[in-house]
Design a protein around this ligand. Sequence first.
Ligand SMILES: Nc1ncnc2c1ncn2[C@@H]1O[C@H](COP(=O)(O)OP(=O)(O)O)[C@@H](O)[C@H]1O
Ligand SMILES: [Mg+2]
Length: 293
Amino acid sequence: MMRVGLLVTHIRAEEKALIAAFEAAGVQPDVILDRDVNIDLNAGAGQIAPSGYAWSDYGLIVERCVSTSRGLYLLAVFATWGIPTVNDYQTAAVCADKVRTTLALAEQGIAQPQTRLAFTPDSAIEAIEAVGYPAVLKPATGSWGRLLARVNDRESAEAIIEHRQTLGDYNHHTYYVQAYVAKPQRDIRAFVVGDQTVCAIYRHAEHWITNTARGGSASNCAVTPELDAICRSAARAVGGGVLAVDLLETPAGDLLVNEINHTMEFRNSSAPTGVDIAQVAVAYMLEQMRVIA
Ligand SMILES: Nc1ncnc2c1ncn2[C@@H]1O[C@H](COP(=O)(O)OP(=O)(O)O)[C@@H](O)[C@H]1O
Ligand SMILES: [Mg+2]
């Protein structure tokens, strides 16, 4: 039996739930802290991991780093070494980048907000005016609703762009510009594991940014055939795995995919949905495990 590694920055509620679910399935995962990692990139998987086992002893590594860049680099290493991971490197790399996610969804014709890409102040203004006011500016990489800006007019567009040019690093000179979707005071987060939409929540908030990390509250959202279909297509478009698909509802009631998260938070979601998300995720993860004679 090969080992399971749980690669984390620290043990949050989600990682606790995953460990409990692995234990319930008869597997004791090794917790590997990303801060302890020190890998010889020229050597292979035979080198020793912080757990004391060789990396090659792992039949599966579950990536749950808080830092997207640490997670992505380590997934790239494990992909090169042929160690199965959840999520896999390709899926994580697409989900970690809103530009790549939008492209992947567009390629499959999946409904999403109108979105443009620009790199300079002048072209960013043109992009904003092409989608119209209000527009939404987002960092191409980032989460928890940080540094999102709703731009209501030309003057605030110019001010935000000047701040990003002057105070931001080069990451903030990539302008990901979206049309504002006049959604109800909520969005939808659906949990997709493999090819199954497991459950979904509404995230309610007074603020237009409805992330529960920013104080939004969660309630159950029924998985209708329509929601199920768009979520499974969206997950497939980015490569599939254990994913949280975020959607916005238009005033006409249509669903648009907003983004897809590859190291999803779900601590607030098992109670309202009644679904043990960790258990479903772990069952899928164990299916991805490399089996070696
Ligand atoms: N184009 C948009 N129109 C309306 N609301 C949006 C739009 N984009 C984002 N939001 C709101 O902001 C929240 C965070 O945006 P999101 O793109 O998911 O960024 P993050 O990766 O930081 O979570 C969403 O959950 C939604 O409530
Ligand atoms: Mg989000």
